[in-house]
Design a protein around this ligand. Structure first.
Ligand code: PBG
Length: 328
């Protein structure tokens, strides 16, 4: 009988033991990076409507959360400040003020839980009144080189306050080298740079922008973030980031860009991260609220797919939720 001679892949799917035995990809808590949002005040834990399970914390409640996450096996958090509009201006000046919310948060966390790896986003959008990631020129476009100067200053402030990893997410040309040089010139050689190498001008950042209050007042971010139609360009960005001294690379968003992750995985030996962004998370939770999907199962499937495509680490709002299901 001819069928007996056929390869039968189902043989290895018959029992849980066999399936575990041949599983190729795994997710571990230490591979998840948790984005966290900090506001001024005390005792704050403000829910975010479009991101169930995500909160704006004040420094005290945030610290508790970070300790709890460490105990659950998380090894890195990525911090974003949420500012009142009164503190924002066209230049994002608050980003450079010593003693601002983010620097105080870093100092506090470093003291209370030094074991945790502290990452911070380096871009100006939480600080600018117009919502763009840099400062604008006379035509309203983001001015690359003036922005670099500010980002380098901001990087120094954050590194001195205790950041272990700086994550430039602004997509300015040359920023990795510029920031690296500034760090090295100031005795901060030990601070790493995780570069948002391929950050696409995606429509999936909506809930994040609502939460941070950074929706661009005018225009969009297509003048600096990448065109979703381009893949080869990601390789150019990757080569530049490596040359400029990046320690880790990141692709963002994740699921629509798994091909990019897979290509960068071939291209570099550096650790590769993916950002499973607010819209990717919110879509699942919204469908689950209607009873159309099982959020926990879909989130796990999303994250394992991102790993399978080549990511070593995943930034995700789903981290805490999926921790409990990681054994399956
Ligand atoms: C800012 C930044 C954004 C995100 C992370 N850093 C938004 C943007 O580029 O407008 C989005 C993250 C998310 O949607 O979860 N540079």
């Amino acid at each position: 009988m001819e069928t007996l001679l056929q390869r039968r892949p189902r043989r290895l799917r018959q029992t849980p033991a066999l399936r575990e035995l041949v599983q190729e990809t795994f997710l571990r808590p230490s591979q998840l990076v948790v984005p966290l949002f900090v506001v001024d005040g005390e005792g704050e834990k403000q829910p975010v409507e479009s991101l169930p399970g995500v909160y704006r914390f004040s420094i005290d409640t945030l610290t508790q959360k970070v300790i709890e996450l460490y105990e659950k096996g998380i090894r890195a958090v990525d911090l974003f400040p949420v500012l009142s509009s009164g503190l924002k201006d066209a230049k994002g000046s608050e980003a450079l003020r010593p003693g601002n919310l983010l620097t105080r948060t870093l100092q506090h966390l470093k003291k209370e839980i030094p074991e945790m790896c502290l990452m911070v986003d380096v871009a100006l959008d939480p600080y600018t009144s117009h919502g763009h990631d840099g400062v604008l020129d006379v035509n309203g476009a983001v001015d690359n080189d003036r922005t670099l100067e500010i980002l380098a200053q901001k990087s120094l402030l954050l590194a001195e306050a205790g950041a272990d990893v700086l994550a430039p997410s602004d997509m300015m040309d040359g920023r990795v080298g510029f920031i690296r040089q500034a760090l090295d010139d100031h005795g901060l050689q030990h601070v790493s740079i995780l570069s948002y190498t391929a950050k696409y001008a995606s429509s999936l950042y909506g809930p994040f922008r609502d939460l941070v209050g950074s929706t661009p007042q005018k225009g969009d971010k297509k003048g600096y973030q990448m065109n979703p139609a381009n893949a080869r360009e990601a390789l150019t960005e990757c080569q530049l980031d490596i040359e400029e001294g990046a320690d880790m690379l990141l692709v963002k968003p994740a699921l629509h860009y798994l091909d990019i992750l897979a290509r960068l995985r071939e291209e570099t030996t550096l650790p590769l991260a993916a950002y499973h962004v607010s819209g990717e998370y919110a879509m699942v939770l919204a469908a689950a609220e209607k009873g159309w999907l099982d959020a926990d199962q879909v989130l796990l499937e999303q994250l394992i797919s991102i790993k399978r495509a080549g990511a070593d680490l995943i930034f995700t709002y789903a981290a805490e939720r999926v921790l409990e299901n990681l054994q399956s």
